[in-house]
Design a protein around this ligand. Sequence first.
Ligand code: 1HA
Length: 275
Amino acid sequence: FGWVSAGDFVDIKYEHLDGIAKITINRPEVRNAFRPQTLVELAKAFEDARNDPSVGAIILTGEGDLAFCSGGDQRIRGEDGYIGSDELGKAGIGRLNVLDLQVQIRRLPKPVVAMVAGYAIGGGHVLHLVCDLSIAAENAKFGQTGPRVGSFDGGYGASLLARTIGLKRAKEIWFLCRQYDAQTAFDWGLVNAVVPLENLEAETVKWCREMLDLSPLALRMLKASFNAADDGLAGVQQLAGDATLLFYMTEEAQEGRDAFKEKRKPDFDQFPRRP
Ligand code: 1HA
């Protein structure tokens, strides 16, 4: 495909291609389960993709064909969360820092597309859920395992799932811990498309390229608008922040700034009081 590395990481790969950033969880030996370090690296890559003006769409995926992500690495789950082997695990204190990543993906004002081959399970399922779009390969499998392994994500993991596919189905997924194939996920509105595994990347890149042809500001406003109600005041804040961004670009707002700098009274009479 011609992806070019955009940074060196241990647990992930971060690459760019023609306006698209691809972030890959790279721990295939554990079905791309995440540890605290994985999430810190993901946060850095997403932050870079957010700040890079050449990036207009972001793909989140997992290395290999067997899994998108299998959630928290159960081998390093301590008594209060997932314990890192570096400074993140200092004093053996556990972390649930995937929650920060979920928020980051939703706040990031560019479309994020989950590219799912194999398992999207547990905390890995919630990661695809918080992405704006999901493209699945035919071998994709979706599900939550919390009540089986002694965990639950009652935040976006439950509420956003219910918003996405309905309350009864969301409760079924969480209460029974079954696995669902790609076709069922598509029928339920959990993914946007199902394609043969060999076409997964091409199809995902195609969707990204279509978005790259569109107005970035319109996409930004839409993402903030879709999230606003569900994210409460934080959602309103983001949408209002975008309104401020647009307002700053007007002569009316700039008159306020200029008057302050020129130590004069602002002249807002030149601007209409719109009906
Ligand atoms: O719920 C939360 C949170 C909630 C609130 C706040 C923060 C949260 C953070 C995280 C989570 C969670 O993610 S809880 C849910 C944790 N994940 C799971 O319960 C899924 C566990 N894995 C599986 O069910 C299966 O492995 C699988 C359906 C993904 C794949 O099955 P498969 O293809 O039969 O492979 P399998 O042989 O099971 O796995 C291959 C290797 O990967 C195994 O290691 P090996 O025997 O080769 O040494 C397996 O142990 C390892 N592996 C798979 N998933 C994980 C894992 N190792 C550690 N952690 C995993 N999650």
